[in-house]
Ligand binder design. Structure first.
Ligand SMILES: CC(C)(COP(=O)(O)OP(=O)(O)OC[C@H]1O[C@@H](n2cnc3c(N)ncnc32)[C@H](O)[C@@H]1OP(=O)(O)O)[C@@H](O)C(=O)NCCC(=O)NCCS
Length: 199
């Protein structure tokens, strides 16, 4: 059972070097700047910069939603905005959500901040929300992201071939997921066929 009250009233999370703060309109300028960064756009396959009105509206309405959660990653040391991390696309019936993360730029990548934030969000999703499965999609060229996701428990389960056309070249996309601990230990229930066995 999903405890979606923890989505509607999303708690802040803490990691050794960062605070994860529920995102909102006050982060608008930083989110817009990051979304326009050419390298971030390549890594996330964003062909267009987001529509400004849509982005503002999303940041204004994200609080209180019981089908997604999104945090700003804020560095403890100097309160600077490092990026954002989210769980969205809640599938209540199948107890799953999708994980998304983007640091503000490559100036703060490679220092473990994204991995640290991701670990806190995955623990929250599986441990507090009660999700069974969290999935993500990542381009095969994004080695840093794949390593980071593997470190926090994601495993590759498939490849979408030629999912991205960027600067005239095709790139594959990996689907990765993490399941709640012990998920694969469950023993399948014997099927009830309704057929009586003789003797
Ligand atoms: C992907 C992302 C969340 C990873 O978080 P991070 O904190 O930067 O990752 P880390 O610093 O923990 O690095 C993870 C691993 O990648 C390695 N790494 C760092 N830079 C690398 C690079 N340029 N190429 C290959 N590996 C790299 C690190 O050494 C580390 O491996 P190790 O633990 O074996 O040493 C973050 O970099 C990010 O948001 N990037 C921009 C947007 C993006 O790619 N989003 C994901 C879209 S699906």
């Amino acid at each position: 059972m999903i405890r979606s009250e923890f989505l509607a009233k999303q708690p802040p999370l803490k990691t050794p070097r960062t605070q994860l703060v529920p995102i909102g309109p006050r982060f608008g300028p930083q989110v817009r700047r990051a979304a326009s960064d050419p390298e971030i756009r390549r890594l996330t396959g964003a062909h267009r910069t987001p529509d400004q009105d849509q982005l503002r509206q999303r940041l204004e309405t994200v609080a209180g939603r019981d089908d997604q959660a999104e945090w700003a990653i804020v560095r403890g040391q100097d309160a600077s905005y490092l990026g954002r991390v989210a769980l969205d696309d809640l599938d209540r019936a199948n107890e799953s959500m999708t994980y998304k993360i983007s640091l503000r730029g490559t100036d703060v990548a490679g220092q473990g901040y994204g991995t640290e934030a991701g670990e806190a969000v995955i623990n929250f999703g599986l441990g507090i929300l009660g999700l069974h499965r969290i999935q993500l999609a990542v381009y095969a060229f994004n080695e840093r992201a794949i390593k980071s996701f593997s470190k926090i428990g994601f495993e590759t389960e498939g490849v979408l071939r030629h999912a991205l056309l960027w600067d005239g070249r095709w790139y594959d996309q990996l689907i990765m997921s993490v399941l709640t601990p012990g998920a694969l230990d469950q023993v399948a229930e014997p099927k009830q066929t309704g057929v009586q066995q003789d003797g």
